[in-house]
Design a binder for this molecule. Structure first.
Ligand code: 13P
Length: 287
């Protein structure tokens, strides 16, 4: 079916006390892995790309491939740009089939952040797109963004409420102790803070940095109101492992169909597991 907006998917998941898994993809094989895995699970799904991936693969290529992939299956698929700091890049994405966007002004002070997010939101709403914003600072590494432990800042509930009102965003990414990339120890999520934010904010909440978070914590976060879960590193790791293992078996391997085929299968397996963890399997039939 044609690409859909991510907001109705997220709202349906929230109503069902589930979350939509949003997978960061990098190339054709990872797109196929997500589409095939989600299709087999009958799960609505969000495919997303960071600006680094857009630079690597090209907005036009990603937009065209994901559009075609969505057309070929009968589950709802949304295409979302993740952590984008640039108004212009967001416009470029919207013109290339993207159906929702995240504007990231976390590097700016509050007033500048609000001004940027509001500008994007007004433009996006005018063309029927939804916007994810972020308040607080999620730690870790993603693309060329690096936020160390000292700079990471948990979301303040009153600030979250104010930010949503000031900007008009449709979904809110919050910092409650997760970080992008893998963790050294076990991440401790601030569930009390999550519940406080959920009680004060009207829009659905998004959890970034889900890779390496124990399943029980993901389930608790969903129970307390998280309705979209972002997963990147836990797809990258099995992909790299599958490629390495192909070359370990045959150091002269030179057929991309073999090593990329193995990578696609490894990624698809994790996609299916994460969808079940989020409880979004079967939801495609309720939309
Ligand atoms: P992970 O790499 O920790 O899964 O984070 C993904 C993410 O939040 C993308 O925005």
């Amino acid at each position: 079916m044609p690409l859909v907006s991510s907001l109705p998917l997220i709202k349906k998941a929230k109503e069902k006390k589930a979350a939509i898994a949003a997978f960061n993809i990098h190339n054709l094989e990872t797109i196929q892995a997500v589409i095939e895995g989600a299709s087999e699970e009958r799960a609505p799904v969000i495919i997303q790309t960071t600006p680094g991936t857009l630079r690597h693969a090209g907005i036009e290529y990603i937009g065209a491939i994901v559009k075609k992939a969505a057309d070929m299956v009968d589950i709802p698929v949304a295409l979302h740009v993740d952590h984008c700091p640039s108004f212009d890049t967001i416009v470029h994405c919207i013109r290339n089939h993207y159906t929702s966007v995240m504007i990231d002004g976390a590097h700016l002070d509050y007033e500048e952040n609000v001004a940027l997010v509001k500008r994007v939101t007004e433009m996006a709403h005018a063309v029927g797109m939804q916007v994810e914003g972020e308040i607080g600072k999620i730690g870790g590494v993603e693309d060329d963004m690096f936020v160390n432990e000292d700079e990471a800042a948990l979301t303040v509930p009153s600030e979250a409420k104010q930010f949503v009102e000031d900007t008009g965003i449709d979904t809110l990414a919050i910092a409650i102790g997760t970080a992008h990339g893998m963790y050294k120890g076990e991440p401790k999520l601030d569930f009390e803070r999550l519940s406080e934010i959920e009680a004060m904010v009207d829009v659905p909440l998004v959890l970034h940095g889900a890779s390496g978070v124990p399943d029980a914590s993901i389930k608790e976060a969903i129970k307390r109101g998280i309705a979209k879960i972002n997963i990147a590193t836990e797809l990258k790791n099995p992909m790299a492992k599958a490629i390495v293992s192909t070359f370990e078996k045959n150091k002269d391997e030179n057929d991309p169909r073999n090593y990329m085929g193995a990578a696609r299968e490894a990624v698809k397996k994790v996609v299916k597991e994460k969808i079940r963890l989020c409880g979004s399997n079967g939801l495609a039939d309720e939309l």
